[in-house]
Design a binder for this molecule. Sequence first.
Ligand SMILES: Nc1ccn([C@H]2C[C@H](O)[C@@H](COP(=O)(O)OP(=O)(O)OP(=O)(O)O)O2)c(=O)n1
Length: 131
Amino acid sequence: MTGVQQEGDDQSVSLYLLKQKMADFAKERNWDQFHSPRNLLLAMVGEVGELSEIFQWKGEVPKGLPDWKEDEKVHLGEELSDVLLYLVRLSDICGIDLGKAALRKVELNAIKYPASKNYGTNDDSTAEMCG
Ligand SMILES: Nc1ccn([C@H]2C[C@H](O)[C@@H](COP(=O)(O)OP(=O)(O)OP(=O)(O)O)O2)c(=O)n1
């Protein structure tokens, strides 16, 4: 992390900012040619694998990761970020407004799993039929 500048606080980070940063990053390197939908999807899946490796063989870990060392948490943040950044870039390259799509999906989820029928149960059988 040495020498890496932090921009703003995390409350101010928008999907739009990340989208622009990834677009600039690719343009500055003439990497648009490599950022095809399929390449970005495979890159993201690779990063999901790296993220999974961090948790692999550990057994269940408590929320907040109280026993993890600081450098392990930094590493986790890096792998989570790689997944997010490739997802944002993939969405952009596919012409999907990820923020809008995600908000719509949250609404659909709420319709599919009404709180009245699903409170305290994590069971697909209580899902409403959608579509
Ligand atoms: N063609 C590429 C290569 C990298 N990146 C960006 C997006 C990711 O945030 C990060 C991924 O870089 P690496 O492939 O070097 O992966 P790691 O940072 O995970 O390194 P390593 O795999 O060595 O742990 O860089 C990108 O946008 N396009």
